[in-house]
Design a protein around this ligand. Structure first.
Ligand SMILES: O=C(O)CCC(=O)C(=O)O
Length: 468
């Protein structure tokens, strides 16, 4: 192991989540893209009771009896497949049986798993919340609740490809996961999907995290910036990865009941130091939307470069680039554009609603107002970046969109979240919003948004009209 070569520059700050307001969290961690370990936020979780034995170990029989029929992704931690571990599908009951049998067998003749080797298996990316909606295992802490990604995916699909409907259904339904693995299981070095934020809560067990700030991510790549180091604790080929030894890592030991916030673009490697169950979500919002677009642009350029040599013989070269982009990244330009349009419309509706409310009641919700303006400014900035990159749009009718019941649900969710974050004591009402949507006179009711430029203009006009 090349462990001694790792340069550890510090530890992740630990903060009691009970003494932190949302505004402080946003200012200190979301906007600065800085990791933090939060304590005190999981005490009431059903998972913390049902899933853990009195001695702190995972309650494995509970999983077999309650969720045994669920089909899950299981990684073989000793076997590499490209930049990840080799995965297979098992029933939860099969996974638990394997775990228990390895645990019970203290001889050297441990049973082989279905890969034909004796390595520990790691259950990953289990869409638990989606699958067991009536079993409320946990509530998302307030700090992580402004989650545009999962809020959107609860109502719309990010990408629809007629050829891959079935696969999308399972894999892309949401980004809320449960992980379960015995001591010694681990996750190789990576940065998260879409360059989203993530949070990971230890229901039981202990994890060791190594984190690298985005300013240093080039150091873990090869000379061509194509592949990154797989396991930072293994001897690293210094010719292939010349910068690796310069990297300065943050280390974090995460105990039971602690939640780590992993910011956008931070490379990280994770080891389970004990038998561990964790819950984690990936998400993005106004603070890190730029990371998502930057990744999409980079991946687009890469997808294009990859097939450049068939450009002249290809009927629809751009279409192929976008299909490959969606297959590799999980969305393409149009998917992201329509996502941006819906979220921008939603925020305009909320701002309109706030202004109306202020006119009638005289009460102005400053925090909520500031939040919505920040959201819209962020969306406008991204729309302008998309415009510069020549990203195509898609014709979207403003009036039709805001009258779509699914879109109304998106607005209601946004409204509920900002009330919860910024005005926790205020009673939640939803009727006004639905009524007001119908008479939204922000724009000419026939207005279409057909390009990132239109979107930037719409947001600009909306902000000017509603905040003057
Ligand atoms: O807990 C793990 O093994 C990996 C989790 C992770 O990488 C993440 O939440 O981004």
């Amino acid at each position: 192991m090349g462990f001694e070569l790792l340069n550890i520059g510090g530890r992740v700050e630990k903060v009691n989540g009970k003494n932190l307001t949302y505004a402080e969290f946003a200012e200190r961690f979301l906007s600065k893209n800085k990791p933090v370990l939060l304590t005190g936020l999981m005490v009431d979780w059903r998972a913390s009771k049902d899933w853990v034995l009195d001695d702190g170990r995972p309650n494995l029989p509970f999983f077999s009896s309650h969720f045994g029929d669920s089909k899950v992704q299981v990684a073989d931690c000793s076997s590499r497949e490209f930049s990840d571990q080799r995965r297979t599908e098992l029933l939860v009951s099969e996974f638990i049986d394997h775990w228990v049998s390895v645990q019970d067998d203290d001889s050297d003749h441990k049973p082989s798993n279905e890969f034909g080797c004796k390595s520990p298996l790691y259950l990953k990316d289990w869409h638990f919340k989606k699958e067991y909606q009536d079993y409320i295992a946990y509530t998302t802490p307030l700090f992580f609740s402004d989650d545009w990604l999962n809020m959107y995916l609860d109502k719309f699909r990010m990408h629809t490809d007629p050829d891959y409907q079935e696969k999308d259904e399972i894999v892309c339904s949401d980004y809320r996961f449960v992980y379960m693995g015995a001591k010694g299981t681990w996750t190789p070095l990576h940065a998260d999907v879409f360059r989203s934020y993530s949070w990971s809560a230890n229901v039981c067990g202990k994890k060791l995290w190594y984190l690298l700030p985005p300013s240093q991510s080039h150091l873990v790549f090869d000379r061509n910036m194509k592949t990154s180091v797989y396991d930072i604790l293994e001897e690293t080929d210094q010719v292939k990865f010349p910068g690796f030894k310069e990297a300065i890592w943050l280390e974090c030991t995460q105990a039971q009941g602690e939640i780590i916030f992993v910011p956008s673009g931070w490379y990280h490697q994770v080891h389970n130091l004990e038998d561990t169950i964790s819950i984690n979500h990936n998400w993005f919002n106004a603070y890190n939307l730029c990371w998502v677009w930057d990744l999409l642009l980079r991946d687009y350029k890469e997808a294009k470069e990859y097939i450049e040599d068939i450009k002249d013989i290809c009927d629809d070269f751009e279409g192929l680039c976008q299909r490959n982009l969606a297959a590799n990244t999980g969305m393409n330009y149009q998917d992201f554009f329509i996502f941006m349009v819906r979220l921008s419309f939603g925020n305009l509706v909320l701002l309109y609603q706030l202004v109306k409310e202020n006119e009638t009641s005289g009460e102005l919700s400053m925090h909520k107002g500031r939040q919505i303006i920040l959201n819209l400014e962020s969306a406008r900035d991204i729309a302008m970046k998309m415009m510069k990159a020549g990203s195509p749009g898609l014709l979207v009718n403003f009036k039709e969109t805001i009258e779509d019941p699914t879109f109304v649900r998106l607005c209601l969710d946004l409204e509920r979240i900002y009330l919860m974050i910024h005005e926790p004591r205020r009673e939640q009402t939803t009727e006004d919003l639905t009524r007001d949507l119908v008479d939204l006179d922000l724009l000419d009711s026939s207005a279409f948004v057909g390009s990132p430029e239109d979107l930037a203009n719409l947001i600009y006009k909306g902000l000017r009209k509603l905040t003057k």
